[in-house]
Design a protein around this ligand. Structure first.
Ligand code: DQA
Length: 145
């Protein structure tokens, strides 16, 4: 059974009240529940976490090495700024799927660059919470995991 770590970056704890016209009305707890149901269906074991702190995300990624078969990450604003998260994901070495609720490519120019994408086996953006389900399904298609 692949064990997958799902990481969420800053301000995603505010989903539901945060710019609903962009991010929708579902809360992070709703998304976690969606992920738990999908993981059960696929036979994955998941850990689902959120932090507003770059260093905490880095710590979790470091500890994931050897402990998880893959990482699903919505690094939120750190997507566009964090060399530290990029470097940690490189150390992790396993498959990484980058998820965004919105599609950063169609938004502000400062959202167009991602430090995660060069390390990602797949990028799923603009599909709302369903993007997390798609990311979980990605691991079903990776027999080595
Ligand atoms: C986001 C997109 C980022 O540009 C933004 O900073 C976020 C959320 C998304 O899920 O669409 O916080 O990662």
């Amino acid at each position: 059974m692949p064990r997958i770590l799902i990481l969420n970056g800053p301000n995603l704890n505010m989903l539901g009240v945060r710019e609903p016209e962009i991010y929708g009305t579902q809360t992070l707890v709703d998304i976690e529940n969606l992920c738990r149901a999908k993981a059960k269906e696929l036979g994955h074991e998941i850990d689902f976490r959120q932090s507003n702190h770059e260093g905490e995300l880095v710590d979790w990624i470091q500890k994931a090495r050897g402990a998880y078969g893959g990482i699903i990450i919505n690094a939120a604003a750190y997507t566009h700024t964090s060399v530290a998260i990029h470097d940690a994901l490189k150390i992790f070495g396993g498959p990484v799927v980058e998820v965004h609720l919105s599609d950063p490519q169609t938004r502000d120019p400062f959202r167009h660059h991602s430090y995660i994408t060069p390390l990602a086996a797949a990028v799923i953006a603009g599909k709302g919470p369903a993007g997390y389900e798609e990311a979980l399904a990605f691991f079903r298609r990776t027999p080595s995991q």
